[in-house]
Structure formats: C-alpha cells, structure tokens
Design a protein around this ligand. Structure first.
Ligand SMILES: CC(C)=CCC/C(C)=C/CC/C(C)=C/COP(=O)(O)OP(=O)(O)O
Length: 287
C-alpha cells in the first residue's frame, strides 16, 4: 500500500484548502524582507524509501518531486536564486546502479522543467550546473547542457544544481582559475584578494547566500557551500526527511529569517540615526 503522504494530497478538498492557505501565506511573507538566495542539502531520500518499504531509487524519485514543489514555492515567493546539492563527488562511492539512476533522474527532471509552459518558462528560470562536469557521463552531460542552453537567456530566476560538487573542489577550481588569469596577465598579482576568488567560484554569478537548509536531522554541511555560508548566512537543520519536507517547513524558515532581518535593518537604521544626531549635534539641542 502507498504511504499516506503520497495519496492524501490527491483529494480535491485537500488540494483546494492547501492552495488557498499557501497563497495567503505567500502574500503575508511578501510583505516582509525576503531572502534572495536559498540553498538546500536534500538529505534523507534513502531513509524515506526504507521507512516506506520502497525501492531505494523510489526514494530519490520522491526527493526529486519534493524538489520541484519547493522550487515552485521559492519562485512564487520571489526568491531569485535556489541552489541544491544534487550529487556530491563523494557520491561516486555509491553503487553504480544508484549513480546511474540519479544521473538519469536529474537529466529527465531537468528536461521536464524546460518543456513548453512548464516551470522554467513560468518563472523565467536560468538553469546552471555547478560542479566538475568532466565527471558526468557524456550522454547525461549532453542532455543537461541542452537545458542550460535553452534557458540561458532567462533572467528572472536562477536554479543552480551542484552536480558533481564539493566546496573544497570548488575552492581548488577557483584558485586554479585565478592562477591561470594571473599567468595570462588578466589579473595582477597584487590585486588578488577574497573578492577575486569569490568571482571565480561556481556561485560567482549568484547573489550572496542568505539561507542554507539541510533536512533529515543531520547537523553537518558535508562540504557544501562552505565558502558561501561564511557570512550573514542563516543555517537551518530540519528533522524532516527531504521527500517529506513541506511548504510549511519552508514558510517557518523564511518567516524566522524575515523577522530577524527586519530587526537587523531596524537596528541599523537606529544606529545610523544616532550617529547622525551625534555628528550634527541634533540630539543635544536644548530649548
Ligand atoms: C532535477 C534534480 C536536480 C533532481 C535532484 C534529485 C535529488 C533529490 C537528488 C539528491 C540525491 C541525494 C544524494 C540525496 C541525499 O539523500 P541520501 O541518498 O543520502 O539519503 P539518506 O541520507 O537517507 O541516506
């Protein structure tokens, strides 16, 4: 028998109530500050499969469906960039059939995303693959590069798929790239700094990372977004397995971030006003 989480959502009344509540929550959230860039470590697919007596690959399929739901919510909210950890370089240690199934799943879901009237067109999404492409099998690479190519002129939203990726590999790739440019005379040695490296990272063209979410109750970053999460990034570890990560979980995370961001902006405003008063003497005026 299918798990409850898979058949209950198909009831029309459930669907209507859910869509009504979601629209309302989106309107409420849009009144406050919103993150520009959110990243997900989509952890827990195999445990989901195991606990629901599904085949391991079905856990990944459920994970990819969860991803499409969450992506749509992010873009509906107006979040510009979503980055996901789809395949770590460490995942090459997994059984060959699992690797192949994951590659095929990523390829087929991306092709679905770029079909006419689908999500890429609806939200103007530019799909970008971040990672070491030389490790991707050629037939899969051709398929996913075609989705990149067909969405490259979309400028409203960005979907970064980290695949095959680790942060340390990215940092090494950025350093090589800076060294190359320095050798070719494109960069002068004495101008090299953190920002030079930042521009050469795979996320160099994306907004700074505001929120990083990891599901499945594990509190590690697993070599993901190590550089990007160093400053002003809100990190959330959620107990739900990725296929069970719900809209509600996302709203709570964004609501919390938005509350603290609004408070931070208010504090900044007050500090600036105080400084202005001190400098101009406005605060000391006596009648
Ligand atoms: C289009 C597109 C980008 C699709 C993405 C498909 C997808 C959800 C990939 C994630 C794969 C992955 C290694 C998840 C981690 O859970 P796990 O397998 O480590 O599960 P566990 O923590 O329960 O062992």
């Amino acid at each position: 028998m299918l798990p409850k989480s898979l058949w209950v959502p198909s009831f029309p009344v459930y669907r209507y109530a859910k869509s009504f509540t979601q629209d309302l929550l989106i309107q409420i959230l849009r009144t406050g500050p919103l993150p520009k860039h959110i990243a997900f470590i989509m952890d827990g697919n195999r445990r989901f499969a195991k606990s629901n007596n599904l085949r391991l690959v079905e856990g990944h399929v459920a994970g990819s469906e969860s991803l499409l739901r969450i992506l749509e919510l992010c873009y509906q909210l107006g979040i510009k960039t979503v980055t996901v950890y789809a395949f770590s370089i460490e995942n090459f240690n997994r059984p060959k059939n699992e690797q192949e199934a994951l590659f095929e799943l990523i390829r087929s879901k991306l092709l679905l995303m770029v079909e006419k009237s689908s999500i890429a067109e609806k939200y103007g999404i530019s799909i970008r693959i971040l990672g070491d492409r030389s490790l991707i099998p050629v037939d899969i690479l051709a398929g996913i590069e075609s989705t990149e190519e067909s969405t490259k002129n979309n400028s409203k939203s960005i979907f970064n798929i980290c695949f095959p990726y680790t942060s340390r590999n990215d940092i090494a790739h950025a350093i090589k790239s800076v060294v190359n440019k320095a050798q070719n005379g494109e960069i002068r040695y004495n101008t090299i700094g953190e920002q030079t490296l930042e521009r050469e990272m795979y996320t160099g063209q994306s907004e700074p990372l505001d929120i990083l979410v990891r599901t499945s109750g594990v509190s590690r970053l697993s070599d993901f977004m190590l550089w990007e999460s160093h400053q002003n990034c809100w990190i959330e570890f959620i107990d739900e397995l990725w296929p069970e990560f719900k809209a509600w979980n996302l709203y709570v995370i964004i609501l919390k971030w938005s509350y603290y961001k609004a408070k931070e902006l208010k504090d900044l405003e007050l500090t600036q006003a105080k400084r202005f008063n001190n400098e101009t003497g406005n605060g000391c005026l006596k009648k």
